[in-house]
Design a protein around this ligand. Structure first.
Ligand code: AMP
Ligand code: ZN
Length: 465
C-alpha cells in the first residue's frame, strides 16, 4: 500500500518539501539531545517533543522510524567557553563534588524521567558523546587531510574559508559568522571553530589524540554520532531553533567536508519557549522544570497539551495562566472521552474514516498538530455517534500522547461549591444566563470547572484553587 505523502518544512531551503525517505518506508532521524550537567527545563523538553511528535505522526501515517538522540556528556563547549576555560560538565562536577561520570549519569536519568512525564517516547538509541571519541578523532583527521582543518598549539580548528557554503543554513552574512567569538591567536580566521581543544590545565575528561591530549568540541560530537549511527546519508535532523547557528552550520561543514556530499536531507527546528518575552534558558535562570509544574498541581501532560496547541516552529510564550487553561481543557477532554466511551457502540464506519482522514491530512501537512487539536474541538460539537468520537480520540491519542483514557481521580467538592452548583442549575433552568455565568466564574475560582452539556451541567475539580 502506498504511503501518504508527507510535507515538512525544511529549514535549509526555508520551504515545505515532500519527505522522500532514502530507504522506502523507513525514516531515519537524528536529534540533538540534552547536555547532562543540569536539569532540563520545559523549553528543552518542548524541543525534545518535536522528534517524538514527528515519529508518532509518521508511524500513524504508516511509516517506520529510527530515531537516534545523542547525550552530550562532555563539555558542551562553544568557542567562547573554550576561551574562558570553562567546561560546564567539569564546573558541575566540582560544585556537586562528583565525578563528571556521576554528573552525567544522574542528569541523564533525570532527563529520561522528565521526558517520560511528558509521554515523550524513548528514542531507538541514545549514543553518548564520551563513547564516540575515536570516531570524532577520525573525522578530525580526515578534515585535516582534506584541507578543511588545521592544527595549532595542540588544538584543531575548522577553516571555514575552506567550505564556501558555510553560512547557508543559518543564512548568516559573513560578518555575522565572524563576529562574536573571542580572539584566539591560534585561529587563522575569527570565524573558525574548534574541533579539538588541547587539554591545557584540564585533567578530567581528557583523551589522547594525534594532536596531544585534549577533548572534542561540541559540534564534532553530532557529526560523529549521527553518521556512526545512521550512515553518511540520513533523512531528518532535528534540534531547537537556537541550534541553527553555530551548531548545525558547523555540523554541515564537518559532515559534508568529510564525505563530500549532502548528509542530511531535511533539517527541522523547533521554536523556542519564551517566558515573559525572553527565551527560557538555563543560563538566565528563568526556567521551570516539569517537576516544578507538577508540584504546583499541574498535570505534566498539560504542558504537552499547551505545546500541541502551537505550531512546532513558532515561538511559544509560556505562562502559568496558559498552563492552567491547558490543564483544565485536558481534564475536560478526558472526561468527555470517558462519557463518549460509556455510550453503546453504534455504526463505526463512515464517520470514523472521514474524520481520521482529516486528522492524518493535518499531520502530513508539516505536523499541523494545532490543526489536529482544532479538529477535536470540531468533533466535540459534531453530530457524530459518541462511540465513534471515543474511538477517534483513542486513536488520535497515539500521536497526541495525552493519556485521554486516563480516569480522573475523584476529588471532593470544595466547601461552598455544592451550593453554587445548585444555584447555577436553577439559574440555567430559569434562563438567567448572567447569573449562571457569574456562578461559573465563582466556581472556577474555587477550582471547579463547569461544562454545560445537553444533560445538564457537569463539573470537574482541579487540584488548585
Ligand atoms: P541543552 O541541554 O542546553 O543542550 O539544550 C537542549 C535543547 O534544548 C537544545 O536543542 C536547544 O536548542 C533546546 N532549547 C534550549 N532553550 C530552549 C527554549 N527556550 N525553548 C526551546 N528549546 C530550547
Ligand atoms: Zn547536536
Amino acid at each position: 500500500m502506498a504511503l501518504p505523502s508527507v510535507r515538512l518544512y525544511n529549514t535549509f531551503t526555508r520551504g515545505l518539501v515532500e519527505l522522500r525517505p532514502l530507504e522506502a518506508g523507513l525514516v531515519k532521524i537524528y536529534s540533538c539531545g540534552p547536555t547532562v550537567y543540569r536539569f532540563a527545563h520545559v523549553g528543552n523538553l518542548r524541543t525534545f517533543m518535536l522528534p517524538d511528535l514527528l515519529c508518532r505522526s509518521l508511524e500513524y501515517l504508516g511509516y517506520r522510524t529510527q530515531q537516534v538522540m545523542n547525550i552530550t556528556d562532555v563539555g558542551h563547549l562553544t568557542d567562547d567557553m573554550f576561551d574562558r576555560g570553562e567546561d560546564k560538565m567539569l564546573v558541575a562536577a566540582r560544585l556537586e563534588r562528583k565525578s563528571s561520570e556521576e554528573i552525567a549519569a544522574s542528569y541523564t536519568k533525570a532527563f529520561m524521567d522528565d521526558a517520560a512525564r511528558l509521554n515523550i517516547r524513548r528514542a531507538s538509541s541514545y549514543p553518548r558523546a564520551t563513547e564516540y571519541i575515536p570516531q570524532m578523532i577520525e573525522l578530525i583527521g580526515r578534515l585535516i587531510e582534506g584541507g578543511h582543518a588545521y592544527e595549532a598549539g595542540g588544538s584543531v580548528y575548522y577553516d571555514i574559508a575552506s567550505f564556501p557554503t558555510y553560512g547557508k543554513l543559518s543564512r548568516n552574512s559573513t560578518d555575522k559568522l565572524l563576529a562574536g567569538g573571542e580572539v584566539d591567536p591560534n585561529k587563522h580566521g575569527p570565524g573558525d571553530f574548534t574541533l579539538w581543544k588541547a587539554a591545557g590545565e584540564h585533567r578530567e575528561q581528557v583523551w589522547p589524540s594525534p594532536w596531544g591530549p585534549g577533548f572534542p568540541g561540541w559540534h564534532i560530537e553530532c557529526s560523529a554520532m549521527s553518521m556512526s549511527n545512521l550512515g553518511e546519508r540520513f533523512d531528518i535532523h532535528t534540534g531547537g531553533a537556537d541550534n541553527l547557528f553555530p551548531h548545525h552550520e558547523a555540523e554541515i561543514a564537518q559532515s559534508e567536508g568529510v564525505t563530500g556530499h549532502r548528509v542530511v536531507s531535511l533539517w527541522m527546528h523547533g521554536g523556542l519557549l519564551m517566558l515573559a518575552g525572553t527565551r527560557m534558558a538555563k543560563s538566565a535562570g528563568n526556567f521551570f522544570r516539569i517537576t516544578e509544574l507538577e508540584e504546583q498541581g499541574f498535570d505534566p501532560l498539560a504542558f504537552r497539551y499547551l505545546a500541541l496547541q502551537a505550531k512546532y516552529r513558532t515561538k511559544l510564550n509560556f505562562s502559568t495562566e496558559g498552563l492552567a487553561g491547558a490543564d483544565r481543557a485536558l481534564r475536560q477532554l478526558r472526561e468527555r472521552a470517558r462519557d463518549w466511551a460509556a455510550q453503546p457502540p453504534g455504526d463505526r464506519e463512515g464517520a470514523f474514516e472521514a474524520w481520521d482522514a482529516r486528522f492524518k491530512a493535518a499531520l502530513a501537512n508539516d505536523l499541523n498538530l494545532p490543526g489536529g487539536m482544532a479538529l477535536i474541538a470540531e468533533l466535540t460539537r459534531a453530530e457524530v455517534p459518541p462511540a465513534v468520537k471515543a474511538g477517534l480520540l483513542r486513536s488520535w491519542d497515539r500521536v497526541l500522547g495525552l493519556d485521554l483514557d486516563r480516569r480522573a481521580p475523584d476529588r471532593a467538592l470544595p466547601d461552598g461549591a455544592a451550593r453554587l452548583l445548585e444555584a447555577r442549575e436553577k439559574a440555567r433552568a430559569a434562563k438567567d444566563f448572567a447569573t449562571s455565568d457569574r456562578l461559573r466564574d465563582e466556581l472556577a475560582a474555587l477550582g471547579v470547572q463547569v461544562v454545560d452539556t445537553v444533560d445538564g451541567q457537569r463539573w470537574t475539580v482541579s487540584s488548585r484553587k
